[in-house]
Write a protein that binds this ligand. Structure first.
Ligand code: XMP
Length: 318
């Protein structure tokens, strides 16, 4: 694609001019925006970019390994921090959703600052801000809607760390970011991945978060996504995921009575996440997902389907 190729060239030149001999840190989540931003910057300045990838222990099943191997294939060296124990330790006994978000956001900033301090000559922080994010943050400023859920991001970090911001995707929409990513050789598995909240599975485990519950949810969620892909529905859906409820119900398994958790399957259609309709997954697929989760995941003996739209419900349960 000619226009993308020339966008890449111009942007890389611009970044090189601005950065000079300095180094740049970036937070990589493994989502579309931060991945494209990191690969673009790496193309521009190579090893002067330090992409920091923090595993908070609340990612989807195999997600950390997938991100690591994808970036290895792309020839981009990541600064990987496995901080699962730190996050899960901090979250022990915490039930309130906003408290969970706050703890995760603060711990993330702490780790990001610690890691950045390892690299001398860092003068810039790169972020994968898109055009719609720019608009949203301007129109939301001071508005009450901005505080319904405090979205975890690294806002405030640049000032705190005394770094200048680089936002190479600031003028692009999501579809343009995907074409740019394709031009940069980033695989579809990253470019078309469903959005995932910063606090991750913490807001999909209602109530207390334990390592066991994280493992149970990861398994159930992976099954749901696998079946949704097999049915050819993945790209029609904005977000699909499983929520682990702090509710137990009675079941039977062979001759035995079980008393295990209920899981909720959520799938929505949306264009920006501000509003969303529940997605009508065909009954056969629902049946397969439910059977597989109940038979394969110990700790869940009942699956329910969420048929709520936003508003008034939200996409996430917390
Ligand atoms: P809600 O649940 O508010 O979600 O309808 C709208 C979109 O935002 C995502 N979301 C978050 N993203 N940090 C994030 O980075 C958060 O704390 C957070 N909470 C919700 C959600 O997954 C959906 O795409």
């Amino acid at each position: 694609d000619w226009s993308m190729a020339s966008f890449i060239e111009t942007t890389c030149e611009h970044i090189r001019d601005r950065v000079g001999d300095a180094h740049v840190v970036a937070a990589l989540s493994g989502g579309v925006d931060s991945s494209v931003m990191v690969v673009l910057l790496h193309k521009a300045i190579g090893d002067k970019l330090h992409p920091i990838f923090v595993n908070n222990g609340l990612l989807r099943k195999n997600e950390a390994q997938e991100v690591l191997s994808t970036f290895e294939d792309l020839g981009v060296q990541l600064d990987y921090v496995d901080a699962a124990d730190r996050f899960l330790g901090q979250l022990r006994g915490v039930i309130d959703p906003e408290k969970k978000r706050k703890i995760i956001g603060q711990e993330f900033i702490r780790i990001f600052e610690e890691e950045s301090a390892r690299f001398p000559d860092v003068k810039f922080l790169a972020q994968g801000t898109l055009y719609p994010d720019v608009i949203e943050s301007v129109s939301f400023k001071g508005g009450p809607s901005a505080t319904i859920k405090t979205h975890h991001n690294v806002g405030g970090l640049p000032e705190r760390m005394n770094l200048e911001l680089i936002e190479p995707l600031r003028e692009l929409f999501k579809d343009e970011v995907r074409s740019l990513g394709a031009e940069l050789g980033i695989p579809d598995s990253i470019l078309w991945r469903h959005p995932f909240p910063g606090p991750g599975l913490a807001v999909r485990i209602l109530g207390e978060i334990t390592p066991e519950r994280v493992a149970v949810l990861q398994e159930a969620d992976a099954i749901a996504i696998e079946e949704i892909r097999k049915a050819g529905l993945y790209r029609n859906i904005w977000q699909a995921f499983v929520v682990l409820l702090p509710v137990r119900s009675v079941g039977v398994m062979g001759d035995e009575r079980t008393y295990e958790h209920v899981a909720a399957l959520r799938a929505v259609e949306a264009t920006d996440g501000m509003t969303a309709d529940w997605y009508p997954i065909p009954h056969e697929t629902l049946g397969v997902i439910s059977n597989r989760i109940i038979n394969e995941v110990r700790g869940i003996n009942r699956v329910v389907y969420d048929i709520s739209s936003k508003p008034p419900s939200t996409i996430e349960w917390e």
